[in-house]
Design a protein around this ligand. Structure first.
Ligand code: ZN
Length: 152
């Protein structure tokens, strides 16, 4: 990854962590999931509101490091309005991206999106769980109605 691209990605992560999108409670949520990453101390509450078979809105609250918050913020934007099945697929895509080795090319579907900025964490294996936390929480809620999710 070029130094310019890395700087751009770092800025995007910082922006999202400083001013996270959808950082609020959703009163009419259909799913509320508590996600924790004990390794880092990230603890997020994720809310998902469905409209039939569509994800109407996703929001989150809680506290976590910059990476976990930025990742959750990007996630809320990406999943809003998605069909449930597409949301699950997107989450699996992102997870695969985060778990891939550093040198692997980004999936074309994701390369242009701001979430690609998260791929930079692949250089820091201990931070990968911070980045996957919120995604894992929504995946757990949508696939098995999970109410708590932990990265451990
Ligand atoms: Zn963290």
């Amino acid at each position: 990854m070029s130094a310019d691209l890395q700087a751009l990605y770092r800025d995007r992560v910082l922006e999202h962590s400083r001013q996270p999108c959808n950082f609020c409670r959703l009163e009419d949520a259909d799913h509320v999931v508590s996600g924790s990453n004990p390794l880092c101390g990230d603890s997020l509450q994720v809310y998902i509101a469905l409209d039939g078979d569509r994800v109407r809105a996703v929001s989150f609250e809680g506290h976590g490091c910059a990476i976990s918050v930025a990742s959750a913020s990007m996630m809320t934007q990406m999943l809003e309005g998605a069909a449930r099945a597409d949301a699950i697929e997107t989450i699996e895509h992102v997870r695969d991206m985060l778990l891939a080795s550093e040198g692997d090319a980004l999936d074309a579907d994701l390369a242009d999106m701001s979430v690609a900025a998260l791929a930079a964490v692949r250089r820091y294996p201990t931070r990968v769980k911070c980045a996957t936390l919120a995604w894992q929480a929504v995946h757990g809620a949508l696939t098995e109605d999970a109410q708590t999710v932990t990265t451990e």
